[in-house]
Design a protein around this ligand. Structure first.
Ligand code: PRX
Length: 676
């Protein structure tokens, strides 16, 4: 064992982060925050589990109050708030009408800047959801328990469609609009949806895209897989004007706006759902195999989305809240639609690309609408920074609170966000969670905990993580040693199962650390997130990325994120991705791909500096075999860097796998040429 490896076993991941110092939330933020009770973590200690989750459920309006907080008799298939009845659309709309009828529920910002922003009040949302629910029920035959696939872009009609499904007790399955017709078909078939709701077109990066063509492909592909859709409902991006070159198919496709007049003024009583009835499916791709339909329940999910939105996002009804994610992802479900609307907030929906027509766009939107809570991902922050930042200081907006989600954020990028976008006076939360978890798991409580760049913070109050090594041994808390992060217990937001695949649910998330498959005690079923993480002595967690992304160099397990963060201390570097390359001598060696900030030219000198930065920050063992400066890194539509593709290139594998779900597939060939 070399010196660098000393004290690190095969089962552990080595870490070399330097400690970052704390940033404190401004007093003006603390003074108005929703959660300021310093005893919260004591009250929410494991001794009081699961009863403290009552506080979450009590944010909702129940048709029938629940009797039992948690039923574990079929662990790990849990039932939350047993005996309770409620409706999600009622909770997000109807109950706000007495007080907030004329308040904006949704600000819709079209991508073309010459189109007016649309403001949908709670009352209008109520009218539109009722009318569309009536249409779904009476025209398309949708009823309680049916699945409805929704393949729609970021327009108000998307939450209207989701909430109409929820009103009827139908289970929605939203497919990200950027996904192909084929990906949509797989989800239609798996969920056995009879109805597809789509839109004719939408704007993205300055172009009006034909979206209807994907519905035709989805229909045919699903049919080829043995499943025939009964109806395709097509919203028009511009009511009264069909905006797609793809023709409508007679008897199968129907324009929603043509049908709606028949349902004008109709009201649909919200179905009273059991707390554990499914609210939606959200498909997420595993590293292998077909997409998994994460099934989320009504009462548990909604109470978790509402509580975390109130206490961590610090949403008050008078706030203007903008989450730049897409509703086609879990972030959009929990933190554009269900959480904010359950709290009667005003939620912004932006149709297009954040940097269109330039990086100043988000700040113009923030200024025009008075946005004061902003929520985005490290990828978007890097993209904005790369595009020059758009001069946030030139615009008159002030975020009291900002969120980052989806990937570990490099401390450097965090500081740029804090200083430039937050103008030095916003509270930032770095929220770690997953499609499967329904809402945040690790984060700071913005008014209680100081921020530490690069750290997700301590766990959410009421969430109790544990870190295991590969052999299932608990890594001592606060030891700064990395391992596999798990949650010791269930929580209301956890998904209920994988749709039609309960066995895979148990195998993927619980089997590794479960000792007794027959146990009905939650203590025997830690939830395995699949991420590497470490806990510092102050209790803050640092997420190192997917455990599959760990690189083992000479018996030394390195988190890719650490190397990337080190590379990004070189100011010219905009983005970085590290992969494991097979090496004849060392077994595995890291290779790094970086893209540069605008105006910077690639050079040998720069390549050397990247390599040096990694050797200096982490140690010579981590020095990459190659540093490749590329124009852009391949990314999924949700902005995650596709290390799998880069790894295939690094290993001279002819097959880079499916690139159709990338936002920038053209980068793959460019990078391959540069690497060879
Ligand atoms: O690896 C973690 C990373 O994103 C994964 C979950 O992805 P997804 O299901 O698409 O959900 C994204 C929105 C919650 C996690 O397993 N991840 C998410 N948030 C963070 C993160 N990694 C580090 N820090 C975060 N804040």
């Amino acid at each position: 064992m070399s010196e660098e490896n000393a004290g690190v076993s095969e089962a552990e991941i080595a870490v070399h982060w330097g400690e970052e110092s704390y940033f404190h939330p401004p007093l003006t933020f603390v003074a108005q925050a929703n959660l300021t009770d310093p005893s919260i973590r004591e009250r929410f200690s494991l001794d009081n589990f699961p009863e403290y989750f009552k506080e979450f459920a009590d944010l909702l309006t129940w048709d029938k109050y629940w009797e039992k907080t948690l039923d574990t008799s079929d662990a790990p298939f849990y039932r939350w708030f047993v005996g309770g009845k409620l409706n999600a659309s009622y909770n997000c709309i109807d109950r706000h009408l007495p007080q907030y009828s004329n308040k904006t529920a949704i600000h819709f910002v079209p991508e073309p800047e010459n189109e007016r922003i649309e403001h949908v009040t709670y009352r209008e949302l109520w009218v539109r959801v009722n009318e569309f629910a009536a249409l779904l029920r009476d025209f398309a035959g949708v009823k309680r328990g049916d699945r409805v696939t929704i393949h729609m872009p970021m327009t108000p009609e998307l939450p209207i469609t989701m909430l109409a499904c929820a009103r009827l007790g139908a289970i929605h399955s939203v497919v990200f609009a950027g996904f192909s017709g084929k990906a949509c078909a797989e989800r239609i078939v798996d969920s056995e949806s009879d109805v597809l709701v789509t839109m004719d077109s939408y704007y993205r990066n300055g172009a009006l895209l034909d979206h209807k063509e994907k519905a035709d492909i989805a229909f045919l592909e699903a049919e080829a897989m043995g499943h025939t859709l009964q109806k395709v409902l097509v919203w028009q991006r511009y009511a009264g004007r069909y905006s797609s070159p793809t023709p409508m198919v007679d008897g199968r496709d129907f324009i929603v706006q043509d049908l709606l007049p028949q349902y004008r003024g109709q009201r649909v009583a919200p179905e009273s759902m059991n707390a554990e009835d499914p609210l939606f499916l959200m498909y997420t791709s595993g590293s292998t195999g077909r997409p998994k339909g994460a099934q989320h329940g009504t009462g548990g999910y909604l109470s978790y989305a509402a509580w975390t939105s109130k206490m961590i996002q610090d949403i008050h009804p008078e706030d203007v809240y903008w989450c730049m994610a897409d509703i086609g992802w879990i972030t959009g479900h929990s933190y554009i639609v269900y959480g904010p609307l359950a709290l009667a907030a005003s939620s912004v929906i932006y149709e297009g690309t954040p940097t269109y027509p330039d990086a100043g766009r988000p700040w113009r939107v923030a200024e025009e609408l008075g946005v004061n809570i902003f929520h985005t991902s490290p990828t978007s922050i890097r993209a904005l920074r790369k595009a020059g930042g758009g001069d946030p200081d030139k615009y008159d907006f002030h975020f009291k609170h900002m969120t980052t989600v989806g990937e570990p954020i490099e401390p450097d990028v965090w500081k740029w966000y804090y200083e430039n976008v937050g103008k030095g006076h916003a509270a930032i939360v770095d929220t770690w969670w997953q499609t499967e978890t329904g809402g945040f798991l690790c984060t700071t409580v913005p008014a209680l905990d100081p921020m530490k760049p690069g750290s997700a913070g301590p766990a959410l109050p009421g969430i109790h993580p544990v870190i295991f090594d590969e052999e299932g041994k608990e890594i001592p808390a606060g030891s700064n040693k990395a391992g596999n992060i798990c949650i010791q217990h269930p929580w209301p937001g956890i998904f209920q199962t994988i749709w039609k695949d309960p066995e895979r649910f148990v195998r993927t998330y619980f089997a590794k650390y479960n000792k007794n498959p027959k146990s009905t005690d939650w203590r025997d079923w830690p939830y395995m997130a699949g991420d590497g993480a470490m806990q510092a002595p102050d209790g803050y967690y640092r997420i190192l990325g997917r455990i599959d992304d760990v690189i083992n160099v000479a018996g030394h397990r390195l988190g890719t994120k650490e190397l990337e963060s080190a590379a990004m201390t070189v100011p010219e570097v905009a983005e970085a991705a590290v992969v494991a390359a097979k090496d004849q001598i060392k077994g595995i060696m890291p290779e790094i791909y970086v893209s540069l900030r605008p105006g910077v030219e690639p050079s040998e000198e720069l390549r050397k500096r990247v390599s040096e930065a990694i050797a200096k920050e982490i140690g010579p063992i981590a020095r990459p075999r190659g540093v490749y400066i590329v124009p852009d890194l391949p990314k999924t539509r949700s902005g995650k860097i596709m290390r799998r593709i880069l790894a295939a290139i690094s290993n001279n594998s002819g097959d880079v796998g499916d690139v159709t779900t990338l936002s920038n597939p053209e980068t793959v060939d460019i990078i391959r040429t540069m690497h060879s």
